[in-house]
Design a protein around this ligand. Structure first.
Ligand SMILES: Cc1cc2nc3c(=O)[nH]c(=O)nc-3n(C[C@H](O)[C@H](O)[C@H](O)COP(=O)(O)OP(=O)(O)OC[C@H]3O[C@@H](n4cnc5c(N)ncnc54)[C@H](O)[C@@H]3O)c2cc1C
Length: 437
């Protein structure tokens, strides 16, 4: 069993290059080798750029590796909902729900919370939904092509997502949400409890209702990253793992070079795709990015004999249930505000208990991995993608919150188009870093 922050695919990854010296110069340096950084590097390489990916650890340790692997263009409702605020307040009052806030008096945290509250209104939520829908739709259409072109075998299954609700109240809200989502082009089918059980026979009695999203899909995120890394290596992209960016030399609004744990590298362009750590890297250039970490956990077991046959989302408990090839992964929790590597047994047990409450499972799961990762969350629920306001050659690609796997291919394409001065497939304006001043 492997515990900790990391994936289970290290053995299958192409050899990473932390034993070779860094080149003295890069056309484009991408900082961060999660799903976003690797997709950015892929698209830049397709545009003919010479790319080096600087990754502080290894591909298999990023937040992108151990998540549920849902590709959910249906998720157009951003995190900035009154429901989320209610859950956060409950947590502050001592509640033990799936959303936890770990408050801090740090200026960045307080500012972020104020920004979040400012965006909890209809106008902002609609603007966010429209932005997320455009990027997600683009990503959903890019995925099959990307996987086929590069021969990436990562248990991709385009067979939808079933979101289930245990209480009449939660189901009533879900019905309203489904109508709202449809206005943004999301295809969904509202189902009663019996119809949901027909679609997924492992559900227990007592499901109040469900919403089925036929256009959603899923994959094994670890294998996806491994496949991308192999595709990049074939295209001549240098994947420099264990190469932490520590400092930058900036002159007249241009980043000239990066100092890393393995030496310096001169750069023409820099893309920051360091997930929840992006603000710390941006600060090296004097940049400020409003992104907070929201920790989540997953438990991966050998696929049980008795269990779900398709991807489920437990709407009340916010837990993802992902049968992935020979494994079953359960993922959940949203712990806002701090980095730490702890894997509290009670949290992981609670995730499994939530699933057992809704789904028939073998009495004992053969657990192979317990994992935690950090979602990078912005105050308006929309990723930050675009040129850094005060720097000539820096582009941000971060803040994908719960949707990094979903949005990675389209983010990669958008960033490459921006860096290369090409026309963009999706309107870049809603993602601009300039919206935060
Ligand atoms: C429990 C859980 C379940 C999730 N389920 C889903 C899902 O089903 N579908 C979905 O779409 N999304 C899901 N997500 C969200 C998704 O995992 C994230 O949005 C995504 O991983 C963000 O990708 P990223 O590439 O931006 O960041 P990361 O994956 O965090 O990668 C950033 C990389 O930058 C590197 N880095 C940081 N600092 C430096 C530095 N100074 N120098 C060099 N490198 C550095 C890090 O080592 C890291 O590898 C889930 C998240 C969690 C926690």
């Amino acid at each position: 069993m492997r515990d900790g922050v990391g994936g289970d695919v290290a053995e299958t990854l192409p050899r990473t290059r932390h034993d070779e010296p860094l080149p003295a110069q890069a056309d484009v340096a991408v900082v961060g080798g999660g799903a976003i950084g690797l997709c950015v590097a892929y698209e830049l390489a397709r545009h003919g750029r010479r790319v080096v990916v600087l990754e502080g650890q290894d591909w298999s340790t990023s937040t992108s590796s151990g998540n549920a692997g849902f590709i959910v263009p249906s998720h157009v409702i951003p995190v900035t909902t009154p429901g989320m605020v209610a859950q956060a307040l409950k947590s502050l009052a001592g509640g033990r729900g799936p959303v936890t806030v770990r408050p801090s008096l740090k200026v960045a945290f307080v500012r972020w919370c104020a920004g979040f509250l400012r965006h909890c209104n209809d106008r902002s939520i609609q603007a966010a939904a429209s932005a997320l829908a455009s990027l997600a739709e683009s990503s959903a259409s890019l995925y099959p092509r990307l996987l086929a072109d590069e021969g990436i075998d990562c248990a991709f299954e385009p067979n939808g997502l079933l979101k289930i609700f245990g209480t009449a109240r939660a189901f009533a809200t879900a019905r309203r949400d489904a109508e709202w989502e449809a206005r943004f082009g999301v295809c969904n089918h509202v189902l009663g409890g019996d119809a949901a059980k027909q679609l997924e026979p492992s559900l227990r009695e007592g499901v109040a209702g469900a919403v089925f999203y036929p256009n959603d899909a899923g994959l094994d995120p670890g294998l996806f990253l491994a496949g991308l890394a192999a595709a990049l290596a074939k295209r001549g992209v240098l994947l420099a793992s264990h190469t932490q960016v520590l400092a930058a030399r900036v002159s007249a609004g241009t980043v000239e070079s990066l100092a890393t744990s393995r030496g310096n590298i001169r750069v023409d362009e820099v893309v920051l795709a360091a997930g929840a750590r992006t603000p710390a890297v941006a600060a090296l250039f004097g940049g400020q990015l409003p992104i907070q970490p929201a920790k989540g956990y997953s438990v991966t077991a050998r696929r049980p004999r008795r269990g779900p046959s398709r991807r489920l989302l437990l709407g009340d408990e916010m837990v993802a249930v992902a049968p992935i090839g020979e494994r079953l992964r359960l993922a959940g929790w949203f712990e806002l505000g701090r980095f730490d590597d702890r894997l509290p047994a009670n949290r992981l047990a609670r995730i499994e208990r939530s699933v057992r409450g809704r789904v028939h499972l073998d009495a004992v799961l053969e657990v192979e991995q317990r994992w935690a990762g950090f979602r990078p969350v912005t105050p308006d629920g929309v990723p930050i993608i675009g040129r850094a306001p005060a720097l000539r050659n820096v582009t941000y690609a971060a803040g994908h919150a719960m949707l990094g796997i979903t949005l990675a291919p389209a983010t990669g394409r958008l960033v490459a188009q921006l860096v290369c001065g090409a026309q963009t497939d999706v309107d870049a304006a809603p993602f601009s870093p300039a919206r935060f001043g």
